[in-house]
Design a protein around this ligand. Structure first.
Ligand code: AMP
Length: 218
């Protein structure tokens, strides 16, 4: 088992691309956003603590997120894991590196989906997601509308506008993102498996670039 990392700002298409890579290469998808949203909906102790932080677009603290991720990795996986939304800070990246080396788990691809800031806000504010967590299909009101307004094409559940996908929360997420992302990139960009792909292209083209990278170690 190896872990692969997808990096990129909110709205870079990370979630969409992760789902497709997971299907194509039979990877295990580990999205910290999904794990946290699940904790919020189940009203666990962590969920209750994280709810307001997530709604405001801030980052949940490193120790909590690291703890959730390491606990899940320790349960084991058949095959490789693709992280989506983790690590988000230098501290998370360092803690992950130490955890992987003590557990003798290899680091696979580290891929950054690079998108200029200006295009991101419109993508995020128009995003709609399926309310059924087992489906999780992602739409966009303009570039990828569902066939029937507000209803998921795949499972028929209502679509929702995530509370952190407003323009206000997006700006707060971008401020946090920018503050933590440069140190994170600095940490990874000289590592042997680091690659960057152009995320300002049609999703299909971005996916093609990613597919070229993954067979190396997936
Ligand atoms: P996402 O679905 O990846 O956009 O994550 C949604 C929200 O969950 C973020 O805005 C954060 O509040 C929280 N979150 C997800 N992943 C992390 C992480 N690695 N570190 C801290 N907070 C996170």
């Amino acid at each position: 088992m190896k872990v692969h990392i997808l990096l990129g700002p909110p709205g870079s298409g990370k979630g969409t691309q992760a789902k497709r890579l997971v299907e194509k290469f039979n990877l295990n998808h580990l999205s910290t956003g999904d794990i946290l949203r699940d904790a919020v909906s189940k009203e666990t102790e962590i969920g209750r603590m994280a709810k307001a932080i997530m709604a405001s677009g801030k980052l949940v603290d490193d120790d909590t997120v690291n703890g959730l991720v390491f606990a899940r990795l320790q349960q084991g996986f058949e095959g490789d894991v693709l992280f989506d939304g983790y690590p988000r800070t230098l501290q998370q990246a360092k803690a992950l590196g130490e955890f992987l080396s003590t557990q003798m788990i290899g680091l696979g691809n580290v891929v950054n989906i690079a998108v200029p800031d200006g295009v991101l806000e419109a993508r995020v504010v128009g995003r709609r997601v399926c309310s059924n967590n087992d489906c999780g299909a992602i739409y966009h009101v303009e570039s990828k509308p569902p066939k029937q307004d507000g209803i998921c094409d795949l499972c028929g559940s209502p679509l929702k506008h995530r509370s952190d996908d407003t323009a206000e929360a997006f700006r707060s997420r971008m401020a946090d993102f920018n503050a933590s992302f440069q140190p994170l990139l600095g940490f990874y960009e000289h590592q042997p498996h680091y690659r960057s792909v152009d995320g300002n292209l049609a999703p299909e083209q971005v996916f093609e670039s990613l597919v070229q990278l993954f067979p190396e170690s997936a």
